[in-house]
Design a protein around this ligand. Structure first.
Ligand code: 16G
Ligand code: ZN
Length: 536
């Protein structure tokens, strides 16, 4: 490996065309596509180094800007077990991207030395992208970065973010988790879904009809969903609308539906109370919604999905009698009514973490069965080895002291584990899980919605000169700077029954976000605007 090539290549092909520093944030680097070529090249370099630092295990690089507008793109790295890149390496990523072309070679040498990397050793990088028109060019830059350091790179082309996470885990577990191909991914999910569903596709109030908002996935979601459906043999009846025309995420998609609290554009005429779902641009978020007979829009967001899953898993765990802990992880954006329901009705412990999947994921691993969801629809379930082992043993009736019902519950749990993409929130896998649970319960959307009533809530964006003036703590719920702001927020919140509000700098956009909820819509809107006035 000749490190001089690092600089030569950078200067020739991927010169740094930006002078302001950027930061590896909650979702990696994200900005306008034309400012990302040098970033991608450097992330190709870094991913190869990371792989070598991890004894040649496969590292993932995903090129996507999720729900951002079409001109944006982004990149994030995936660690060997499918986790987000380790925090200490996030810092290395930030440094590497902000040095000049001239300093690049020295910076690489520094990482090699500090991390004690054998630069001649084997490595492997998997790359995937969403289908923004600039993604292929950016992917090429990542590949060139890998090749400059004589690493091995495999491109999967257009995939969802969760698929790439899945491929990485498969590769690093000798395919014990599944086969590291798109077919392997579909096959794993389809097999478990069909077995859980059995031959009776409808049950009680559950109808086998789901409307899927594909426009959000003018990104990859719709494309992959259509391919996926071919493997399903009608066991799930889905109609996809908005299949590809128009701009990515424009007035549609999970983020739009969640934040605007309304239907995406292009929704066809449908019967009231029909289940609809939306995913985001890279298919790692999922929300459900429906319009009722009074033409009222109803949202079933990440909090609802989490509570639905928690109820289902608790029931199965109880039935099979294994001794495992179960917990649910949320962020400050979770609706207060959902938190109350989980604690008081489901009686499951709730933990709250800062925004960003890696924080939730990490916390969830403290439970044997850890369910985590952001209100925006990103989430999954993680199972500890202990949980896996004891469920497995129960399904085989080791010791033969379990009754039939217990063994059946354990088998069902095992299939459910197979249906879940534990590596990261996965819209397709989460959707299949929701459908499985509704089918098991014989529920329609109204039954699901009846569990609890959301408090009215609102999210606002505030453009400010410097969003980093606001620093937060206590899982985003309290501002530590600027001085006195939190006190003022507390005073406003205290005026409103069930009031709650917090302010935090966005990690993905140059804005400050304001969240408010209260007992009535009027109070909620008033609280939000009062808080935004004092924040501004
Ligand atoms: C990113 C995060 C998501 C978080 C969102 C917050 C990942 C994979 N994604 O999309 O979890 O909810 O950022 O955005 O970590 P914000 O900081 O702009 O509010
Ligand atoms: Zn996303």
């Amino acid at each position: 490996v000749n490190l001089r090539a690092v600089y030569a290549f950078a200067r020739e092909m991927y010169p740094k065309n930006v002078t302001t520093d950027i930061q590896y944030g909650t979702a990696g680097f994200r900005t306008r596509n034309d400012k990302l070529y040098y970033v991608m090249y450097r992330m190709g370099l870094l991913a190869t180094l990371r792989s070598r630092a991890k004894d040649g295990q496969t590292i993932g690089v995903m090129i996507t800007a999720s729900h951002n507008p079409e001109p944006d793109n982004g990149v994030k790295l995936v660690d060997p077990m499918g986790e987000m890149l380790d925090q200490s390496w996030e810092k290395l990523a930030t440094n590497l991207v902000n040095v000049s072309d001239m300093e690049l070679q020295d910076e690489i040498a520094r990482i090699i030395e500090n991390e004690k990397i054998d630069i001649g050793s084997a490595s492997c990088v998997f790359v995937g992208m969403d289908n923004r028109y600039h993604s292929p060019g950016l992917l090429k830059a990542v590949e060139d970065g890998v090749l400059t350091l004589k690493g091995r790179v495999k491109s999967f082309g257009i995939v969802t973010t969760p698929m790439l996470h899945y491929f990485v885990v498969c590769a690093n577990t000798n395919n014990a988790y599944g086969v590291a191909t798109e077919e392997g991914y579909y096959d794993k999910l389809t097999t478990s879904f069909k077995r859980l569903r059995g031959t009776e596709f409808e049950r009680g109030n559950y109808k086998n009809k789901l409307i899927f908002d594909g426009k959000c996935a003018n990104g990859v979601g719709a494309r992959k969903m259509l391919r996926f459906l071919k493997t399903m043999d009608n066991s799930l009846g889905i109609e996809v609308f908005n299949k590809g025309e128009g701009k990515i995420n424009h007035e549609c998609g999970a983020d739009y539906v969640k934040v605007q609290q309304g239907c995406p554009i292009g929704l066809p005429e449908i019967e009231p109370n029909t289940r609809c779902c939306s995913v985001d641009g890279d298919a790692d978020r999922l929300v459900y919604f429906f319009t009722d007979a009074n033409n009222q829009f109803n949202l079933l967001d990440g909090d609802r999905i989490a509570t639905l899953i928690a109820g289902y898993l608790m029931d199965l765990i109880e039935k099979c009698g294994v001794d495992v802990t179960i917990g649910l992880v949320q962020t400050a954006y979770a609706n207060g009514a959902s938190t109350e329901y989980i604690q008081n009705v489901l009686k499951v412990p709730v933990a709250t973490t800062s925004t960003g999947v890696k924080h939730l994921h990490h916390k969830a691993t403290e439970f044997d069965v850890g369910i985590y969801f952001e209100a925006n629809g990103h989430g999954t379930v993680v199972f500890s080895n202990k949980a896996r082992k004891s469920i497995h043993a129960a399904s085989k009736n080791v010791g033969n002291d379990l009754n039939e019902e217990q063994v059946a519950a354990a088998r069902k749990l095992l299939l459910t584990i197979d249906l879940i993409n534990e590596t990261v929130g996965d819209a397709i896998s989460d959707m299949l899980l929701v459908e499985t649970i509704l089918h098991t319960n014989g529920w329609d959307v109204k039954d699901w919605l009846a569990a609890y009533t959301d408090l009215p809530n609102v999210q606002q964006k505030l453009m400010v000169a410097d969003r980093n003036v606001i620093r937060v703590t206590d899982a985003d719920r309290k501002c530590v700077t600027p001085d006195g702001l939190q006190k003022e927020i507390d005073l406003l919140v205290a005026k409103y029954p069930k009031g709650r509000s917090f302010v935090r700098p966005s990690g993905t956009e140059d804005v400050v976000r304001i969240y408010a909820e209260a007992a009535t819509r009027e109070d909620t809107d008033r609280l939000a605007s009062e808080v935004s006035l004092i924040t501004y």
